[in-house]
Write a protein of this length. Structure first.
Length: 292
């Protein structure tokens, strides 16, 4: 599968602060293959204040890539690359301090051979850096704004999930669910191993529960591209101790092919990036089968 390292190029391990003053933000970045026998393939995502942030890559010789949400890397053995990640923030206003997180998706080109083999295994697993910080000295450029969807049913965490949870011993005895956040994408048919769409619509549920009382922003990705759901760019949920948030979603699939990959990534927003280590989180990748 390969092994690799990635992250901002910094003088020390402390959190770096980058300023936004109306110009593009530039973050020196490095990726390195760490397996002398095989190549390492991964996709790189950026999240700013919990939302997916498009970016471009600028090489040391001045050449620049297109702006997109995921850039894929195919590192040959112990190959190393250094470049700048460049972007104009899609969210933020003057005076804000926001976390920026870099996350990788392992082997993003993998997809099951057909509908009968739905397990992605270790493929598409997520790893992430510790958050860096963006300080906004001015409002973001442009007039378009991102929209959140926050209609969720809130209920007590079901007893069956509580019974499955482990007990973690720290200074005393503490509840696993108080320390660990879980996110899930569930098909409309609870007995199905994939999410199906009919007549251009897929119905599914997003669930999030456990961990610290904090706010998460969740992006739904189809074929590694963020998609709008319910007319919104992301789902925003506020966790409460002992509660589960369930969001009913409908996805327009009319422009998709028959076999697709769907997953969700949840990232803390606001100042919680400073204290919450349960971020970012990714659901398992699943097949999204477009029936028509």
């Amino acid at each position: 599968m390969g092994a690799f390292s990635f992250g901002p190029v910094t003088a020390n391990d402390e959190q770096q602060v980058f300023e936004y003053s109306g110009e593009e933000i530039r973050i020196p970045f490095k990726v390195t293959g760490m397996d002398k026998d095989v190549s390492s393939d991964f996709g790189l995502l950026v999240f700013l204040d919990g939302v997916s942030q498009p970016y471009r890559i600028e090489e040391n010789n001045g050449t620049s890539s297109k702006e997109q949400v995921m850039h894929k890397f195919y590192l040959k053995n112990e190959e190393s690359k250094q470049f700048d990640i460049v972007f104009t923030p899609v969210i933020g206003q003057k005076g804000d301090k926001a976390g920026v997180v870099f996350a990788t998706i392992l082997q993003p080109d993998y997809e099951p051979e057909d509908e009968s083999k739905t397990n992605y295994g270790i493929y598409h697993s997520l790893n992430a850096t510790l958050p860096q910080e963006i300080y906004f000295k001015s409002d973001i450029a442009g007039t378009s704004k991102l929209h959140s969807y926050s209609e969720a049913a809130v209920q007590d965490i079901p007893e069956e999930i509580r019974n499955q949870a482990e007990t973690i011993i720290t200074d005393g005895s503490s509840d696993y669910l108080d320390e660990t956040t879980t996110i899930e994408l569930l098909p409309e048919d609870p007995g199905s191993n994939s999410i199906s769409a009919k007549i251009g619509k897929a119905k599914l549920k997003f669930r999030i529960y456990g961990g610290l009382e904090t706010t998460y922003r969740t992006t739904i990705f189809v074929n590694h591209i963020p998609v709008q759901i319910m007319g919104s760019d992301f789902v925003e949920t506020v966790l409460q101790k002992g509660k589960m948030n369930t969001v009913e979603l409908e996805l327009n699939t009319s422009d998709l092919g028959k076999i697709n990959t769907i997953y969700a990534v949840s990232v803390v927003s606001g100042k919680d990036y400073l204290t919450n280590s349960n971020s970012p989180l990714k659901t398992k990748s699943q097949l999204l089968v477009n029936e028509s």
